[in-house]
Design a protein around this ligand. Structure first.
Ligand SMILES: *Cc1c(COP(=O)(O)O)cnc(C)c1O
Length: 370
């Protein structure tokens, strides 16, 4: 039996092993373990990669979101609008800022924030919006920005799954007031541990986040505000600098894999393929199909040695963590249906055409035979 893992980080490591080793060696030799030149150098490169004025390295994507909200002055008594079909970190960051997450449903085709519903959810307490660039495809930013500006709202992009994705030619994360990235190992740009970043064209915001991530100081032991420890470490900065050079090629490989999947599955009626919207350059952090027979298919594929994922089995508003909000099932029908129908097929740059062919063949076999 063949085996197709959902994700294979060792294939990528094997290709860059020497470069990684020598860059880690440099960090060891210079004992620059937290912040310092390797982080600063990565920040500079990542800002250029995004076409953005500033990038601030952080401890992870969740802290990037949280520190951005705090630095924008969001807190107690405020409402921040986001989607329920996201990783819970988006909502956690809002909750831990002191504000209340307010959910609006996704669009049927893009699975990202529905701008019409966004406008309806705005109240006098609303301070900010966090669209999520889910699975590597940017949300429809033009109408979201237009509505936000008209109502005086801040926009923070959750670009944790969208490194290098584009919206009408602009880099994901650079359209709103700030964009937040995660470099969790499995993301399109992944560290060898925990890391994240905020990008922004607002230099004052960048300065505030830098101070907040370093115990409220810009000069050692002189603390202007009560801050936090949200810094990136030197080893991660060095690893990310090496890997950033390859990100365009890796994203291209993901796109090629997606095209192959879609061509092999386009005539299968029981499944809905992911669609790349006209405004988007999708970077396929995940390749997610929809099928009413999701659970069935997942276990059949597992029996054939194909490992799939579910992103996510429970939308945020129905998680136990947010049960006290009292939001009943049926409130967000698109997000809820997605949680029942989404199936993430194996996706990473090193996936071979043969492996994709095998996944497609097995999928077709199951749908025809039973
Ligand atoms: C990964 C992710 C995060 C959190 O990032 P961490 O680095 O794991 O803290 C936030 N939002 C989304 C959509 C993510 O996929």
């Amino acid at each position: 039996m063949k085996r197709v893992p959902f994700l294979d980080l060792s294939a990528q490591y094997a290709a860059i092993r020497e470069e990684i080793s020598s860059s880690l060696q440099e960090v060891f030799e210079s004992v620059s373990f937290v912040g310092g030149p390797f982080v600063e150098s990565f920040e500079k490169d990542f800002a250029i990669f995004c076409g953005c004025g500033n990038a601030i390295g952080t401890s992870n994507g969740t802290s990037a979101l949280w520190m951005t909200l705090l630095s924008l002055g969001i807190g107690q008594g405020d409402e921040v609008i986001t989607v329920p079909n996201t990783f819970i970190a988006t909502a956690e960051a809002i909750t831990f800022s002191g504000a209340r997450p307010v959910f609006v449903d996704a669009e049927e085709r893009s699975h990202t924030m529905n701008p019409v519903l966004l406008e309806k959810a705005i109240t006098p307490k609303t301070k900010a919006v966090i669209p999520v660039h889910l699975f590597g495809q940017p949300a429809d930013m033009d109408p979201i920005m237009e509505i936000a500006r008209r109502h005086g709202l801040l926009v923070v992009e959750d670009a944790c799954q969208a490194h290098g994705a584009q919206y009408k030619g602009k880099s994901a994360g650079t359209i709103g007031d700030a964009g937040c990235f995660s470099f969790y190992p499995g993301k399109n740009l992944g560290a060898y541990g925990e890391a994240g970043a905020v990008v922004t064209n607002n230099p004052d915001l960048a300065e505030k986040i830098k101070i907040l991530r370093d115990h409220g100081q810009s000069r050692k032991y002189y603390h202007q505000v009560v801050g936090w420890n949200g810094r990136m470490d030197g080893l991660q900065g060095a690893v990310l600098s090496v890997k950033l050079k390859y990100l365009p090629a890796w994203n291209e490989a993901r796109r090629k894999n997606a095209v192959l999947y879609s061509s092999l599955l386009s005539d299968v009626e029981e499944i809905t393929l992911p669609s790349e919207m006209d405004y988007a350059r999708h970077v396929y952090h995940l390749y997610v199909i929809r099928t009413p027979r999701r659970n069935d298919l997942k276990s059949y594929l597992a029996d054939s040695g194909i490992e799939c994922g579910i992103h996510y089995p429970v939308p945020v508003h129905l998680q136990q963590a947010y049960r006290h909000f009292g939001i009943v099932k049926g409130t967000f029908p698109v997000a809820e249906k997605c949680s029942e129908e989404f199936l993430s097929l194996p996706m990473y740059p090193e996936l071979t055409g043969e492996q994709i062919g095998y996944v497609a063949t097995e999928l077709r076999k199951k749908l025809r035979l039973s």
